[in-house]
Structure formats: structure tokens, C-alpha cells
Design a binder for this molecule. Sequence first.
Ligand SMILES: [Mn+2]
Length: 327
Amino acid sequence: MSVLDTINEKINKSNSILILTHENPDGDAIGSSLGLYNALKKIEKKSTVYIPVPDKTYSFLPGFNEILMGDSLPNASDYDLVVTLDTSDLNRLGIAQSFISDIEDSICIDHHITNQNYADVNYINAVASSTSENIMVVLASMGIAINKETGECLYTGILTDTGGFRYSCNPETMEMVATIMETGVNISKIYRTIFDVTTFNRTKLRGICIDRLELLEDGKIAFTYVLLDDLNKLELDESDCEGIVNIGRDIDTVEVSIFAKEREDGSFKLSLRSNNYVDISVSASKFGGGGHVRAAGCEINMTLEQIKQMIVDEIKKQLKNEEKTEE
Ligand SMILES: [Mn+2]
């Protein structure tokens, strides 16, 4: 029996399903969870989504208000199947990880190549743009047609994990979006809600960062920062700094963009991005951080001036090495 057939069978015979996803859930985590939830609702299958702290950005999604939130955990004995989504290893489930052993049956649906296969059945398709895309495949194999509610959730997952269709897209991704559009989902409205709509104070914060933006090394490195004081004055928090690192990254001459953000304890959190040839995860790991080739981060407890000098020196070395290999 194929993995999809086994998933189909387990869901069909289950009486009550608990849907879980990773901590600090992103659009794909919340979108795939609510997408599955709405699809199961349509076939009158009882399910609950539990997310301790769901990002309010996604509160427009159908079913968001029915998410079980906070520290009051669901009762394991109320469920006979747990489905984890977009979660590559058990630790990423945070306080919800005990449900994998406490509930009889488990399914994991994910698209991370690093997935640990910790569930009874694991459907891991790392070629897919998102877990939401994998949910589309699972639903199709179960013969469940996508309705508008499910479509809005899954579209949001695909949209956010592809950075607005900028990367990780396959022809299948676009075909799935076409299927979703046929249900009447307003894709422009969702796109605008997620990527364009902001607040006055967030815009002011970006202004401060643009003002402080510096270019170094013939314009190859961009540097800017946010202080706690800026956030306090504008009544913003760390989450409002999302995307600021891209201001530098989008400049034509820039290869590496650095964004430093002061934290409560006086240390700085650095977001690092590269465009074409620098493996920025190498620099991040030298300062105890990590990440991906084009996006990484680290935390350093020093003054802003010291940090800037250290990180810029390190990136300069890497720029020189990469230039040598380019020749
Ligand atoms: Mn994902």
C-alpha cells in the first residue's frame, strides 16, 4: 500500500484528529493546518488545530478563531490520530511533542528534506514548495475537492513559502494555484494582506533604517540597524522588523545585507542575506549562528560598533575568497 493510501485509510477510520504544527508558525504552518482542518470539516470529520501562539497576520483565514490556543493543551484521550504538518523533527513541536506518543496513531506531512520520519506514517515530499502543496496532493488522493475555505488557507501556505512565487515553485505549484483559483479565492486580496499592508509606525521604522543604511566595500555590503529605543518610541516589537534586511539586499550593487536589531538584554540579533555567490551561513556559523546559503542569522553580545566591524571584516574575507573562485 502506498503512503498516500495508508494516510487515506488512517484518516477515514479515525473518529477525532488532532492537527499540530511547529513553534513560531509561519504562513505555511498555519495555512496547511487550517487547510486540512477545513477540508476535514467538509467531509464531517472531527478535527482540532492546536497552535499555542498563532501569528495574528493570518487571523483572516477561515477557522483561525477555532484554533485551540495558549497553554491549555488538548486532551490526548479525546483523539485517536495526530497529524503533524510542516514539522521536520519532534523538538519543533515544542510543548505539543508528547502527543506523538500519547495518541494511538500519527501521520506527518512535510516538505523539509531534513525530516526525521518520527511519525507512524510520514509523507515527505521535499520537491514541493510547501506543506500546503502536499496537503493538496493528500486531499486529491482522498477524493476531497478543494472548497473556497480550504483554498484560501492552502494558497496562503504556498504564497508565503515561495516568497510570493519568487522561489521553490514547480509547474505543479502553479497548477495547484489554478485549481485553488477555480474555487473563487481572491488571490489578489490575500497577496496584499500578507505582503503589502503595513502600519504607519512600521513604515516610519523602515524610514529610520533607510536613513541609517550604509554601503561598504564598493557597495557590496549593506548595513543598517534598529535600537530598542526606536521600537519603544514607535510602540513596535521585534516582529515588526520583518523584511527590513531586504531594503539593503535589493540595492543593485549589494551582495550581502546585514541588519542588526537590539534585544532586551542589550545584545544584537543579526539577520544576514546574500544575493548571488556568498554562502552567508558560513559567516553566521562563525558567530555561533546558522541558517541557509542565502539567509542566515546569529546573536552577538557586544557594542553595535564592535559587531559591525567584526561582521563586516568577516564578510570582506568571504567576498575576497568568492571573487578568487569566480576568476
Ligand atoms: Mn513550509
